[in-house]
Design a protein around this ligand. Structure first.
Ligand code: NI
Length: 162
């Protein structure tokens, strides 16, 4: 189980670097990230959230297999957008409605170094976009208006002192 870093840690605000070789150490990291996500429990986890500034994330929604995305690129998004309540393992206890495209297409490599393209909708598209943001140092709070984002950030820090 890996330690999950939380809001306030600078690593969450940095840009992750492209993964060079998808070797055994990357496969091992993916496996550890999947286990950490499952035990948390959560439905997505990006490498910066475990303090590793590499462009990779994992996700698993109910009824689906665990999925690994290495060096992902979102190559398409639908015009249609929707609101859905999001949370984040790095900001426990805080939730907010976020507006995002309903469907996406993404290109990435899996942990065996195999490239794939995936078209996703629903919750899977939602999680993928949330995790993808983490690779840019972006948190779901950044999608809210500044007032709401600041209020939730305050609420989070207050909850730590309780
Ligand atoms: Ni998150």
């Amino acid at each position: 189980m890996l330690d999950i870093v939380t809001l306030g840690d600078e690593v969450l605000r940095q840009k992750a670097a492209v993964v060079g070789d998808i070797d055994g150490s990357i496969a091992k990291l993916a496996e550890n990230m999947i286990r950490t996500m499952q035990e948390a429990p959560g439905i997505g986890l990006a490498a910066p959230q475990v303090g590793v500034l590499k462009r990779m994330f994992v996700c698993q929604i109910e009824g689906d297999k665990p999925r690994v995305f290495i060096n992902p690129e979102i190559i398409g998004t639908s015009e249609e957008r929707g609101v859905f309540e999001e949370g984040c393992l790095s900001i426990p206890g805080i939730y907010a409605d976020v507006l995002r495209p309903d469907e996406i297409s993404i290109q990435a490599w899996n942990e065996r170094g195999r490239p794939f393209t995936l078209n996703a909708g629903g919750l899977l598209a939602r999680v993928i976009q949330h995790e993808y943001d983490h690779l840019q140092g972006v948190l779901f709070l950044d999608h809210l208006n500044q007032k709401k984002s600041e209020r939730l950030e305050k609420q989070y820090y207050k909850s730590l002192r309780a």
